[in-house]
Design a protein around this ligand. Structure first.
Ligand code: MF3
Ligand code: CO
Ligand code: CO
Length: 292
């Protein structure tokens, strides 16, 4: 997968030199090829085609899990019921739910209704007509991770619910449009921030997209806002998530006493969509695809 960049193309490592004069095949001036350079310079593990294939298989299972979740979501359902269904389906298919016991997280999936930004813990909360709810599923299959989330309407959405869900979905779509070799992380970040703020919404700063594949959270961070850490070049074989959290009101958040649940400080609605992707020769492939 990393071998197909043209000899005379700019080196994906970001040096500004031609690929053939830098990281192509044989070592560059520092004695390193492209995967070695990304590991040393950015701590990023570029994936081999075999590793991407493992992630793709895991992503397929995650998307099948969403088929079950989508059918469960209706007024009156408890978030714990969704957790049970995700856990059972994942384990039945020979996979493991990555959130369970991750840094002490107590459940198998994150479920975040309304003002909950992310990391909601499933429990006795009952979803009601007019709610929105984000379900964030990450599975581990044969050692490979795929991470995906979507926000759903419960019953009939209010105008505010429609607005924030539409803006969050469009943010992911516009971010992914920038995911290609030759671009840098900041191109993704800026596209998302510009659109969200142009719609009068705000972008959460405390949580970001992330490298993923052999671990739940790998380098690099993928901020959904312009940042000084956004200069990392995008190269074929990079696998990461884009997962903008967008608030209808202000960007400020607070974490509840359970140590996980992040809520908007002003109580406004928050929505999010996430996909796991791999940078390819000309763009990207989503490993957890759904329509945007
Ligand atoms: N799935 C979340 C993400 O997109 C991380 C959840 S961590 C957990 O990065 F511990 F809360 F599960
Ligand atoms: Co993620
Ligand atoms: Co996630």
């Amino acid at each position: 997968m990393h071998a197909k960049i043209g000899r005379n193309d700019p080196c994906p490592c970001g040096s500004g030199k031609k690929y053939k004069k830098c990281c192509m095949g044989a070592p560059n001036a520092a004695g390193l090829n492209l995967p070695e350079t990304f590991l040393k310079r950015y701590n990023i593990r570029l994936k081999t085609p075999e590793q991407v294939d493992g992630m793709r298989r895991c992503g397929k299972l995650v998307m099948q899990t969403f088929d079950i979740v989508r059918d469960l979501i209706r007024p009156g359902v408890k978030t714990e019921d969704i957790n049970q269904a995700v856990h059972e389906f994942t384990v039945k298919n020979g996979a493991y739910p990555a959130p369970l016991n991750y840094h002490g997280f107590p459940k198998s999936v994150c479920i975040s209704p309304n003002e909950v930004i992310c990391h909601g813990i499933p429990g006795e909360r009952v979803l009601k007509d007019g709610d929105i709810v984000n379900v964030d599923i990450t599975s581990i299959l044969d050692g490979y991770y795929a991470d995906c989330n979507q926000t759903f309407f419960v019953g009939a959405p209010s105008p505010d619910a429609r607005k924030i869900v539409d803006v969050a979905r469009e943010c992911l779509r516009l971010g992914l449009e920038q995911a290609k070799p030759g671009n840098i992380v900041n191109d993704i970040s800026a596209a998302i921030q510009t659109y969200a703020e142009g719609q009068g919404c705000s972008v959460v700063r405390e949580y970001m997209g992330h490298g993923v594949g052999l671990d739940f959270h790998e380098a690099p961070n993928i901020p959904h806002f312009r940042s000084r850490w956004g200069n990392t070049p995008l190269a074929p074989g990079m696998t990461f998530t884009v997962e903008p959290m967008i608030n209808l009101g202000g960007k400020a958040l607070r974490v509840l006493d359970d140590g996980w649940t992040a809520v908007t400080k002003d109580g406004s609605l928050s929505a999010q969509f996430e996909q796991t992707l791999v940078i390819t020769e000309h763009g990207f492939e989503s490993l957890t695809p759904f329509e945007l």
